[in-house]
Write a new protein. Structure first.
Length: 267
């Protein structure tokens, strides 16, 4: 028995070593299997998300909504959004609602569509209104210029989204300058004049320490922006004199000085 004890111990150790050699690869295999199982579950989850999205169909989201206001050539703003589940060649049709009717935006002429970028985002300008709508349509869709009711999703119309205009923030009032004894409101909305859309930046208008009014044109990443101020009250019809100065070396561009009742040009 005594002779067999060392042997028994050696056999036991050998068996233990063999068990360890067998269990280590098993643990590694279990880890790999877990990773593959998690990857398989994740793929099923993604497939399920895509399946649910396909079942729900495409959708439209607004990322920038203009304020609620009465529209007009002098009341425009930028509107932005993105599309989920868009197909190639699909486009956006924009509408703004005023006085109970939807009017196509930005103008009732070509192009009537807003192109969707490669990242599924879209951007355009619109006249202001009470509500705004975006339609995701196929190239074959022919949108009406005005309508009392928007079309429902179906056929060439893949999705419809409607949103109310933003309420003006009372904590961020319009910029007002005091010049020549009067209060002047600085423009911050887009306008359509001279056959093109004009951008305005309130930072382009200011008064200096001597009380002089400065108006400038600047260029940023979106293009050129100008300045406009107008009186907060009407002065009525009459003759008005403006004294102006310009910096040497800069070309002078003629402009228009206007009151709410009339306009007069300065050379």
């Amino acid at each position: 028995m005594t002779r067999l004890d060392p042997c028994s111990k050696r056999v036991c150790f050998r068996r233990f070593d063999q068990w360890k050699l067998k269990t280590v690869p098993l643990a590694v295999l279990n880890g790999v299997a877990r990773e593959r199982l998690l990857l398989f579950i994740f793929c099923i989850f993604l497939s399920g998300c895509r399946t649910r999205q396909d079942a729900l169909g495409p959708s439209i989201e607004f990322t920038k909504i203009p304020v609620t206001a009465v529209g007009g050539l002098d009341n425009m703003d930028t509107i932005r959004g993105r599309v989920i589940g868009v197909r190639p060649e699909q486009r956006i049709v924009l509408y703004a609602k005023t006085e109970g009717r939807w009017r196509i935006q930005p103008f009732a002429r070509d192009p009537l569509f807003t192109e969707i970028q490669g990242d599924s985002r879209w951007k355009n300008v619109t006249h202001l209104g009470e509500e705004y709508a975006a339609l995701l349509v196929d190239p074959s869709y022919s949108p009406p210029q005005t309508t009392e009711a928007l079309p429902s999703a179906g056929g060439a119309v893949a999705a419809v989204a409607v949103v109310k205009g933003q309420t003006a923030d009372p904590s961020s009032p319009h910029k007002i300058l005091h010049f020549s004894g009067y209060d002047w409101l600085v423009r911050d909305l887009l306008s359509y004049r001279g056959g093109s859309i004009n951008s305005f930046d309130p930072a382009n208008a200011w008064t200096d320490a001597n009380g002089a009014l400065h108006l400038r044109v600047t260029k940023n990443q979106d293009g050129w922006s100008c300045a406009e101020v107008h009186l907060t009250r009407s002065l009525g019809y009459g003759t008005y004199l403006f004294a102006y100065f310009r910096f040497e070396g800069l070309p002078f561009v003629s402009g228009v000085a206007r009151t709410s009742d009339h306009s007069c040009c300065f050379p």
